[in-house]
Design a protein around this ligand. Structure first.
Ligand code: SF4
Length: 505
């Protein structure tokens, strides 16, 4: 078990977790904050580096992150300026205690490390704050790119270990499902460790290189453009090939005789498409490869890849099956373009109806550039998904199902590091949160292996009492001001304020 030397500049906080027993054995303390039960020598930290033996006391080594909104002289809320906090935590309505650094409880029945009360609009509110240890958790990763990352269901690997798989593509994005209990616990020890490392890094907004069996290598970082096979992606496609035809058909109408928008999923052919017909465009007689879905919409014109429109082609003419001499004509003008406008070529048919590449006319070039202008920047999105199970719910109330019901009834608001979460319908408290809305370094780990993530439950004190909460452990927010292990951060703008009364009844 790793034991890290605590550096000279390591803060010497007091142990905050009174609920955590400290079994002393000479200079050794046993950490019981997770099932690993590290025995930690004086001046060292346990396997996860979160707890240490400071002066013989078991101590959570990181600060508890408290976020605060500030108010101007008129009372209006303004963003908190970092470093401007005067040490006062009395302004309860504008202060929120997150689970980051709060500590974990094990076994499950122990009350959460912090159960904090504050007054909001004259109503006593409670926030139950903890760090959850999640064996059941994963990441849903959305990668804005048309480029082919790999076959659906393919293994996604980090450092050679499978840490997830490719799941169904969405509109303009490739999706990965990473982590989960099977990779954490169901494979080799190395697979579990690498899975945990990968989730930890991605949750903490760090870049991770992933390789996909039968596909690409991609560097993923939350909030940043993906890098596919060494190339930074810039644009998310404007739509599928058919949608692109639908959007730009009137602009092409007087400048081209045919436009083919190359797309791995649905390639569009203007004059055959309803958009071209509606504009009374003359049929051009160009037939593309693949399977016709509906007029002007073709599936599988090529194999998926990192070329034009997410296909494997570099020569757009390779997807032309035939040019009908009864319909096409010499001099016919043909634009071939991808769904991002990144690839485009202009052809004019010669006397033998053979497409000959020509310089692109300015009006056509302008429309191609407009496709690019309408593409949003390509980004990676990382959503952490987990289920608040035994230790979390039992740390809130002796009657855990009442917490679930309270969340369902919108009496209790769930947040993660103060960030809003989406709670799935159905049983349990299964939630998702965008890691970019959480403070930096929100996630930790324990070597079971499992991910440690902050979670907070906010509700009125009256409702907390009703659901059988640990009211004897409620402490006023102001009592935190003397704690040595507090770090105040500005509230993340854009996040709904968790202590806001509505929709909490
Ligand atoms: S791994 Fe578990 S037992 Fe060891 S220090 Fe971390 S929380 Fe404590």
């Amino acid at each position: 078990m790793t034991q890290t030397k605590i550096g000279a500049d390591t803060p010497q906080p007091e142990a905050l977790d009174a609920a955590t027993a400290k079994a002393k054995d000479g200079d050794i303390v046993t950490c019981d904050a997770c099932p690993v039960l590290c025995r930690i020598r004086l001046g060292k930290t346990g396997a996860c580096d979160r707890y240490g033996n400071v002066g013989g006391a078991l101590t959570r080594m990181d600060p508890v992150v408290i976020t605060q909104r500030a108010a101007d002289s008129s009372g209006a809320l303004v963003p908190f300026a970092k470093g401007s906090w005067d040490g006062s935590l009395i302004s309860g309505a504008n202060t929120f205690v997150t689970g980051i650094g709060a500590g974990t409880t094990y076994p499950d029945y122990k009350p959460a490390p912090f159960i904090v009360s504050s007054q909001v609009d004259g109503v006593d509110m409670v926030t139950v704050v903890t760090e959850g240890i999640f064996s059941y958790c994963g990441l849903k990763v959305k990668i804005d790119t048309d480029r082919y990352l790999g076959p659906e269901q393919s293994a996604v690997r980090a450092k050679g270990e499978q840490v997830g798989h490719v799941t169904t593509a969405e509109y303009g994005s490739q999706m990965l499902s990473l982590g989960g209990v099977r990779h954490l616990t169901g494979g080799s020890k190395k697979e579990g460790v690498v899975t945990c490392d990968t989730m930890l890094a991605l949750g903490n907004k760090e870049p991770v290189e992933l390789t996909i069996d039968g596909g690409s290598t991609v560097i993923v970082q939350a909030g940043q453009p993906p890098v596919v096979n060494g190339v930074k992606e810039e644009r998310m496609r404007v739509g599928c090939g058919s949608a692109t035809i639908g959007m730009f058909a009137p602009q092409w109408r007087h400048h081209a005789d045919e436009v083919i928008v190359v797309d791995d999923h649905i390639t569009g052919v203007l004059t055959e498409h309803q958009a071209g017909r509606f504009l009374d465009m003359r049929p051009a007689g160009v037939r593309v490869r693949g399977r016709k879905s509906t007029p002007g919409r073709y599936f599988q014109v090529a194999n998926p890849g990192t070329g034009w429109g997410g296909t494997d082609i570099s020569d757009p003419l390779s997807i032309l099956e035939k040019i009908d001499p009864k319909t096409a004509w010499p001099g016919m003008r043909l634009l071939m373009v991808s769904t991002t406008g990144e690839h485009a070529a202009w052809f004019v048919l010669d006397k033998d109806l053979k497409p000959v590449a020509q310089p692109m006319p300015a009006p056509i070039q302008a429309i191609v550039e407009r496709i690019g202008e309408n593409c949003e920047p390509a980004l990676c999105s990382v959503l952490f998904m987990a289920g608040a199970g035994g230790s979390l719910r039992a740390g809130v109330t002796e009657n855990p199902v009442r917490l679930t019901r309270s969340v369902r009834a919108a009496l209790t608001r769930v947040t993660s590091g103060g960030a809003a979460v989406y709670v799935w319908p159905g049983g349990g408290i299964t939630y998702m949160v965008d890691v970019t809305t959480m403070p930096d370094k929100s996630f930790g780990y324990v070597p079971t292996p499992a991910i440690v993530a902050p979670i907070e439950f906010t509700l009125s004190l009256a409702d907390y009492r009703t659901l059988g909460g640990y009211v004897d452990h409620v402490r006023p927010l102001a009592s935190l001001k003397d704690e040595p292990r507090i770090k105040v951060e500005p509230w993340t703008e854009g996040n709904p304020w968790p202590l806001q009364r509505s929709p909490i009844k």
